[in-house]
Ligand binder design. Structure first.
Ligand SMILES: *[C@@H]1O[C@H](CO)[C@@H](O)[C@H](O)[C@H]1NC(C)=O
Ligand SMILES: *[C@@H]1O[C@H](CO)[C@@H](O)[C@H](O)[C@H]1NC(C)=O
Ligand SMILES: *[C@@H]1O[C@H](CO)[C@@H](O)[C@H](O)[C@H]1NC(C)=O
Ligand SMILES: *[C@@H]1O[C@H](CO)[C@@H](O)[C@H](O)[C@H]1NC(C)=O
Length: 441
């Protein structure tokens, strides 16, 4: 199958499950206290590569002294990021910043292509002053202008099928009041959410209408009120810089009850088709290559719950996972793969079926649909199985691909590994997949 056709298949498959380049919590699970979860999004701010649009309410609702406070806080906060247009140093890991102010109307002071250094940002932001006469907070106009700035930087019109990745856009909205058409605020927010994240900062939490609007338009977990702290802002910005492209799969998102925050993880899960690819699961390249991803490590309850939610929409009864015996020896210890394709111990979490025998002399494992499963409520458990597709009749493997993160700049085209003839992403759901015997040589 040519690359073109593969892309079509990717497109169709993806259209079933997501609606944006940077998915808005398509699925998430709730984490148990103390439950360790997979690969975390990196926290190295100096590596961030974002497009940040700052919109500040400069009306009398905010007042000149709070405007001053915001601009000084931002000057300090964003000094940690490399602000540039890419002229110097690292060609990828830099952040662009735009500045919008709004009262009765919104004004774009600097679009995303203007500010070319941290120094220029410092002087630009600290020269913003609050109005002493304009008492209207036109969030509608601020959002519209922000959307236009973000939209102008997108490489494609359609989130699906777009092979290029733009810098993840973020709108940071400082608000003290709201006037005008609230419906269009929601609509514009949805359009921005299709492309990136919204971090509202509420400077008047006693205003219930404003508070309700800002909570609604915020990317889940990213609503803040004054006094906001740098730690929260950095967390939200680095989370914004951690996402799965449409071709990589569903991002692992976990709700942490202790913080009431949705946390994104740097892993993208997908079900891959093995037809026409590897006939044996004893190598990690079944998910493209270990540069890209590996058969999934389901080493925590939250990860397991997330994957089972994903499997609800799948038809096959069995899926290979990353669990394998060390050295593919029938007596080796059970291991998972790391992102680098190395072994890591199984750990304490296990999900063997009640009648599974983990001592069986086979070296691979599957998530297998169990007796009592229904369409509504499928039950999957682990079973040790042969690595040979010929023995199991399995046609799919659950893959975990690396997310785009602050540290992992995403290539602007489909990774060349996807062209590999060894394996490829799964076919559309409605496609016949019972051809395994036909291709056995
Ligand atoms: C952050 O990234 C930079 C550049 O890649 C590196 O020099 C630095 O050591 C990293 N810091 C941490 C804490 O990982
Ligand atoms: C806002 O824009 C409208 C229409 O463009 C204009 O009539 C009005 O004077 C502007 N308000 C301010 C305060 O600039
Ligand atoms: C907000 O700005 C837009 C564009 O300038 C304008 O049409 C609208 O009337 C303004 N709304 C308010 C409440 O001032
Ligand atoms: C993997 O399986 C193939 C086919 O059964 C076999 O030829 C190969 O030696 C195996 N490789 C390892 C590392 O076990």
């Amino acid at each position: 199958m040519g690359l073109f056709l593969q892309l079509i298949c990717l497109f169709v498959v993806t259209a079933f499950s997501y609606s944006s380049v940077i998915p808005q919590l398509p699925k998430y699970v709730v984490k148990d206290a103390g439950d360790p979860v997979g690969v975390t999004c990196p926290q190295n701010i100096s590596n961030a590569w974002l497009d940040i649009v700052i919109a500040i309410d400069i009306s009398t609702n905010m007042g000149p002294s709070q405007v001053r406070q915001i601009t000084l806080n931002l000057a300090s906060e964003l000094s940690k990021y490399v602000i540039s247009q890419g002229q110097v140093g690292d060609p990828n890991h830099y952040t662009r910043v735009a500045i919008i102010t709004y009262g009765s109307n919104a004004t774009v002071l600097y679009d995303l292509a203007k500010i070319n250094s941290n120094q220029m940002f410092q002087s630009a932001i600290t020269s913003v002053v609050g109005s002493t006469s304009d008492g209207v907070s036109n969030i509608t106009d601020a959002m519209t202008q922000a959307y236009n700035l973000i939209y102008d930087q997108q490489p494609c019109d359609e989130p699906f099928g777009c092979q290029k990745v733009a810098r993840p856009p973020v709108l940071v909205l400082f608000a003290a009041s709201v006037n005008g058409d609230t419906n269009s605020i929601y609509q514009t927010a949805q359009q921005i959410q299709q492309l990136g994240t919204i971090i509202p900062v509420n400077y008047n939490p006693t205003n219930t209408m404003l508070t309700s609007i800002l909570n609604t338009i915020a990317t889940p977990g990213m609503y803040f009120a004054k006094p906001w702290v740098a730690k929260d802002m950095d967390w939200a910005l680095l989370q914004s810089n951690c996402f799965c492209t449409w071709w990589a799969g569903l991002q692992l998102v976990v709700m942490e009850p202790s913080t009431q925050r949705y946390t994104r993880y740097a892993e993208c899960f997908n079900v891959w088709d093995l037809i026409g690819g590897s006939l044996n699961l004893n190598d990690t390249d079944v998910c493209g290559s270990s540069e890209v991803g590996y058969p999934a490590a389901i080493n925590a309850q939250a990860t397991s719950d997330f994957i089972k939610k994903m499997l609800k929409e799948e038809i096959p009864n069995q899926f290979y996972i990353g669990l394998h015996r060390q050295g593919h020896s029938p007596t080796g210890k059970w291991m998972w793969y790391t992102f680098g394709g190395n072994d890591m111990p199984m750990g304490t979490f296990n999900d063997w079926a009640s009648d599974a025998n983990p001592n069986a002399p086979v070296t691979c494992a599957e998530e297998k649909r169990q007796p009592g499963s229904t369409q509504q409520n499928p039950i999957y458990k682990w079973e040790p199985v042969s690595c040979e597709l010929w023995d199991t009749g399995a046609t799919n493997v659950i893959c975990s691909l690396k997310a785009c993160t602050s540290d992992n700049f995403c290539v602007t085209a489909i990774p060349s590994e996807f062209k590999s003839t060894k394996s490829r992403p799964r076919l559309p759901k409605n496609k016949q997949v019972g051809q395994l015997k036909g291709i056995k040589h």
